[in-house]
Design a protein around this ligand. Structure first.
Ligand code: DX5
Ligand code: ZN
Length: 229
């Protein structure tokens, strides 16, 4: 049984041996998560389209590009051309003024999936069925290795309930502070995708960690709260 997806966040991978990092878990994970930061929207700098291009050569698994940048609209095409399968942009972006609809339309016209990310303090507002994924940040955008707060589970549960009630085909993803315990809790409360960085890549055996994550997610799914099953 495999009812929730593991998305491995490459921000914590050892880039000096990226190929080995990916090969060590490639048959256990469902996709890769690539954090793009510009030092403005998020107080850190990370990957650009060339990195996505390199990852694209190393795996056939889907790549979700998480844009934590100002003016995400400007960057969508280059990441799609580099090999992204999903573009996730922030609800809090300044391009909000362009309009969420326009952003989504543009991403869809490029033939890739749409994710919308929400910072921990932003209330979730799902305004239609066009998006494929709602990404709930459980930590402040910018850095790996932050702690997941238990109070956050309620937000996951509420978002899942909202989507279920309307029978929308939208995945709920959780990003930040994921380990085998928080993955269990997140899936139990409705998460469909669990994004994990340090837990997998800052470990002696990435394979064993990904396996442990899978086990706890299966248990979380079996014990999912009845009201959102
Ligand atoms: C944080 C990023 C995350 C990060 C998660 O801003 O969006 O994807 O890689 O890292 P961990 O799993 O270490 O909390
Ligand atoms: Zn991320």
């Amino acid at each position: 049984m495999k009812k929730a997806k593991i998305s491995a966040s490459l921000l914590s991978a050892d880039l000096s041996k990226l190929n080995l990092e990916i090969y060590s878990i490639d048959d256990l994970v469902d996709e890769y998560h690539i954090d793009v930061m510009d030092g403005h929207f998020a107080p850190n700098l990370s990957f650009g389209p060339d990195f996505v291009k390199a990852v694209r050569k190393l795996t056939k698994k889907p790549l979700d590009v998480h844009l934590m940048v100002d003016n995400p609209m400007k960057h969508i095409d280059s990441f799609v051309d580099a090999g992204a399968d999903m573009i996730t942009f922030h609800y809090e972006t300044d391009d909000y003024l362009i309009g969420m609809g326009k952003m989504q339309e543009h991403i869809k016209s490029k033939g890739v999936k749409i994710g919308i990310a929400y910072n921990p303090i932003t209330p979730v507002y799902i305004f239609g069925e066009e998006m494929d994924r709602v990404l709930l940040m459980s930590v402040k955008p910018g850095f790996a290795g932050q702690n997941f707060k238990k109070e956050f589970l309620k937000k996951i549960y509420e978002a899942k309930k909202w989507v279920k009630k309307r029978k929308y085909n939208i995945e709920i993803a959780v990003d930040g502070g994921i380990n085998e315990k928080t993955a269990y809790q997140a899936v139990r409360n409705g998460a469909d995708v669990v994004i994990a960085g340090s837990y997998i890549f800052k470990s002696y055996s990435h394979y064993l960690k990904a396996q442990a994550l899978r086990q706890s997610m299966i248990l979380g799914y079996i014990n999912r709260k009845k009201s959102i099953k």
